[in-house]
Design a protein around this ligand. Structure first.
Ligand code: NAD
Ligand code: LMR
Length: 339
């Protein structure tokens, strides 16, 4: 194990601006796949997060260098790099949040489901280790296909007797990030003020942005809403094609992953009204997993929120995404129980 200590002088009782009388609890976060295209910038962003006190960077290769590099940043957390399966236990023990961007990315012409054969096995073995070494951690699943990897994780945890539906999240924040950016551009409003819920899943038409609920209101014509919806659904492919064989979104994903992990940490720390969209176990539709707005709290999911009023086109989009999302969920469940 490579360990670099970069603990701030304030140590565990570090005080943050705005919380002058409140101490920030110790929180350990692990990034699994930390040496990858997402893993590296995400590790940096988590090092910048003052809510993190210990940062464990795990990968099957190259983590000593990433950990040494990130550890020199003069922020609160102590950084340690772990490489190879025999160091996974140490990486995971004591974790409050585990972020998983481990696995292969798409190349042009591939769907996210084309990654299933490789990534399903990676996710399954990492989740088996989580069940063993940090069964109470919140799991932030980034590895694709999210519509299947989240159900795989749930089945692995169920088999291990550790499943808590409040603690498993498919990270769909990048869809929200994209919807906000594209909407702000079209509506000519300040992007920092924009909110757009994105529901469903994380692949193609299963990504359903609810622009009818976007704020600030802009009364965009229906053809603009259709174009924004399509661009949000194809956002991942837009990046895959632009990168022309060199992978998929990494920097915007690291940003989105850092936002979602920060929301999880805030929820754990008891900050009120922390709401993000995420792909979670759900009764919002007849499907067992579904992305919608989720209120985060001290135990993970505090409330899975409903969809709210939908436009006619959004209602149609909701009905047409269900068969694909159902099949992806069932594929994940079947894999976890067969292998
Ligand atoms: P990458 O190939 O650059 O990095 C993946 C990393 O995972 C590598 O460092 C690799 O060594 C590591 N890895 C492989 N097997 C591992 C294992 N068993 N344990 C630990 N680490 C392991 O890929 P990337 O661009 O970082 O993308 C990673 C995944 O994230 C892909 O599946 C991609 O499709 C997905 N992704 C999801 C979203 C989303 O919105 N949820 C967005 C972008 C990418
Ligand atoms: C994304 O939305 O960017 C990711 O899911 C990666 C991909 O393959 O598109």
């Amino acid at each position: 194990m490579f360990r670099s200590v970069a603990r701030s002088a304030a140590g565990k009782n570090l005080l943050r601006r705005g919380y002058a009388t409140e101490s920030v609890p110790d929180r350990k976060v692990a990034v699994l796949g930390a040496a990858g295209g997402i893993g590296q910038p995400l590790s940096l962003l988590m090092k910048l997060n003052p809510l993190v006190s210990r940062l464990a960077l795990y990968d099957i290769a190259n983590t000593p260098g990433v950990a040494a590099d990130v550890s020199h940043v003069n922020t609160r957390s102590e950084v340690a790099g772990y490489v190879g399966e025999d160091q996974l236990k140490q990486a995971l023990e004591g974790c409050d949040v585990v972020i998983i961007p481990a696995g292969v990315p798409r190349k042009p012409g591939m769907t996210r489901d084309d990654l299933f054969n490789i990534n399903a096995g990676i996710v399954k073995s990492l989740c088996a280790a989580i069940a063993k070494y940090c069964p109470n951690a919140l799991v932030n699943m980034i590895s694709n296909p999210v519509n299947s990897t989240v159900p795989i994780a749930a089945e692995v945890f169920k088999k291990a007797g550790t499943y808590d539906e409040k603690k498993l999240f498919g990270v769909t924040t990048l869809d929200v990030v994209r919807a906000k950016t594209f909407y702000a551009g079209k509506a000519k409003v300040n992007v920092a003020d924009v909110n757009v819920p994105v529901v469903g899943g994380h692949a193609g038409i299963t990504i359903l942005p609810l622009f009818s609920q976007a704020t600030p209101k802009a009364n965009l014509p229906e053809e603009d809403i259709k174009a924004l919806t399509k661009r949000t659904q194809d956002g991942g492919t837009e990046v895959v094609e632009a990168k022309a064989g060199k992978g998929s979104a990494t920097l915007s994903m690291a940003y989105a992953g850092a936002i979602f992990a920060d929301a999880c940490l805030k929820g754990l720390n008891g900050v009120p009204d922390v709401v993000e969209c995420s792909f979670v176990q759900s009764t919002v539709t007849e499907l067992p997993f579904f992305a919608s707005k989720v209120r985060l709290g001290k135990n993970g999911v505090e409330e899975v929120m409903g969809l709210g009023p939908l436009s006619d086109n959004e209602q149609a989009g909701l009905e047409s995404l269900k068969p694909e999302l159902k099949a992806s969920i069932e594929k994940g469940i079947k894999f976890a129980n067969q292998n």
